[in-house]
Design a protein around this ligand. Sequence first.
Ligand SMILES: NC(=O)c1ccc[n+]([C@@H]2O[C@H](COP(=O)([O-])OP(=O)(O)OC[C@H]3O[C@@H](n4cnc5c(N)ncnc54)[C@H](O)[C@@H]3O)[C@@H](O)[C@H]2O)c1
Length: 336
Amino acid sequence: MIKVGIIGVGDWGKNLLRNFASLKDCEVAFVCDPDEKNLKKAARLFPHLNFCQDYKKALTQDQIQAVVIATPPATHYEIAHHAVMAGKDIFVEKPLVLDSSEGEKLCELAEKKQRLLMVGHIMLYHTATLRLKKYIEEGELGEVRYVYSTRVNLGKVRQEENALWSFAPHDISVILYLLGQTPVSVSCSGSCYLQPGIEDVVFLTMHFNNNVIANVHVSWLDPHKDRKLTIVGSKKMAVFDDTKASEKVWIFDKGVDSNMDYNTYGEYLSLRTGDIVIPKIDSVEPLQSECQHFLECVKDRKKPRSDGKEALAVLKVLVAAQKSLKMGGTPVEVEC
Ligand SMILES: NC(=O)c1ccc[n+]([C@@H]2O[C@H](COP(=O)([O-])OP(=O)(O)OC[C@H]3O[C@@H](n4cnc5c(N)ncnc54)[C@H](O)[C@@H]3O)[C@@H](O)[C@H]2O)c1
């Protein structure tokens, strides 16, 4: 039985609490939040648990092996640092932290103390993402030419981080995972409409080696609810629509072929539209898979899929994108 503490039970933390509380081999040993209102809401659902307001005190309990941190991003570094120093494995919600040097320090500390660090890049635990990765690895799509994703809705307007830091970690983590590489440079533009200094809409373009580009559009000020990723490969094209209840991935046998014209011995391009395949993909709640993965890693001392290295790669893209955003879209190199 692994004893886990939950720090932060706001909008998202309560979902993590629900999942960890339902997993076998897991006992939620404490739930901590300075906000009494949120603690009471959690206590109504799970009255038998231990509730507290001071995470530092809770971390002194030796029998707790791991903690889950779902607090505002600006608090992640301090809480995660304390937790690792207290000897706990940590699951930190995205974005890991708000600064590359803090991210590096945290990863180094976790390694030095031999503690597990996993970040909540939930899309890496989505069965559709895993299927797309398999398609790419098996060459089904051919060479990936470009990728674009949209994560927009009329939703929770954040007051601390902008749409880039709030939404784009999901898209960046998926795109880096699918392509198996990090971008060389990024350019990013966006605008603040609702609050000064906090971009509500952001367009991020990532430039990779081999002429691969990826674009991410995120916003909480949009009439549509879109969660869509499109991959254009040299052989086939794939669309992953996460707003659908089923049939989330479509593979299009579409493309443009280069042919030889034997009359002129010149080349000409022809369009190809073949079958559309909708693979059967198991429907598993990604958050449940993510929580289960964390527990397995804690138990078996395995490296998480979204470990510190992966978190740092995403963080470096976010930092470069934020720089570009402030420079009106000027391309910025991504730190290696
Ligand atoms: N993976 C996802 O899909 C997903 C979705 C939404 C949010 N998130 C992430 O989850 C985290 C929390 O977001 P949210 O929407 O739940 O925010 P929220 O503001 O609703 O909740 C944050 C909670 O943390 C508590 N808190 C603040 N300081 C604390 C401290 N020192 N100790 C304990 N608790 C503290 C607050 O009182 C609040 O209850 C963020 O990092 C966010 O990016 C992830």
